[in-house]
Design a binder for this molecule. Structure first.
Ligand code: FE2
Length: 216
């Protein structure tokens, strides 16, 4: 069953929530509609319910339409990072944050089995250039979801606070980009900053929760 939750009934921008076991061809997820639901309450999300946060998502119906802007990977990317969702242990002194979202295509259909990699600076602003601390990759689940539990990266000279991401759908192009923290004064002098790449941030009982939907 598809339940419309927002949008303009007179256009093709109406949004729907997936409420049953539809075939992939008939699913019409939309980023905003899915993100309006508390993760713990979604059907068919046992892994996310166990490992993910429970706060409601805040993306509006107007977001998630355009292909995500690319940003350079910078000098600190390392291939062959471990497959994992949890990076807390790499920096136990850091401030915890869960970062999560969807990968959808330009028609706002979820992209399952997409490779997504994250790497970022540690709590003191350095990157691990010898090992794989605060680096990891994973594949989106059947509904296009990804999530990682990590720490808030420190600022380092010349940059506003950010995460690096690299993703690729099956047989698709590689998208390299960065996600930024809201409310950082350093964004004013960081030429890589862009308003469309800012995380939706909330504080939880276990650190922060940041959400972002990638459109590839
Ligand atoms: Fe960086």
């Amino acid at each position: 069953m598809l339940q419309s939750v927002c949008g303009d009934a007179g256009s093709n921008l109406a949004l729907y929530v997936y409420t049953g076991n539809l075939s992939p061809a008939t699913r019409r997820f939309t980023l905003s509609a899915l993100m309006a639901l508390p993760l713990i309450g979604r059907a068919n999300t046992p892994a996310l319910a166990q490992n993910g946060p429970t706060l409601p998502l805040t993306l509006s119906c107007e977001e998630g339409h355009d292909v995500t802007l690319e940003r350079q990977g910078g000098p600190y990317f390392r291939p062959n990072s471990p497959n994992r969702h949890g990076l807390y242990a790499d920096a136990p002194g850091g401030e915890r944050i869960t970062v999560e979202g969807f990968i959808v295509d330009e028609h706002r259909r979820p992209v399952p089995d997409a490779l997504i990699e994250i790497w970022h600076a540690a709590e003191h602003g350095n990157y691990d250039s010898n090992g794989f601390k605060l680096r990891g990759h994973q594949f989106t689940d059947a509904d296009g979801r990804w999530w990682v539990k990590t720490i808030v990266p420190a600022l380092y000279p010349g940059r506003t606070r950010h995460f690096h991401f690299r993703m690729q759908r099956q047989k698709g192009r590689v998208l390299t980009t960065q996600l930024f923290f809201p409310g950082e004064p350093a964004k004013a002098t960081d030429w890589l900053f862009h308003e469309t790449l800012v995380l939706k941030m909330e504080q939880t009982g276990d650190g922060y929760l940041g959400r972002f939907g990638f459109v590839v």
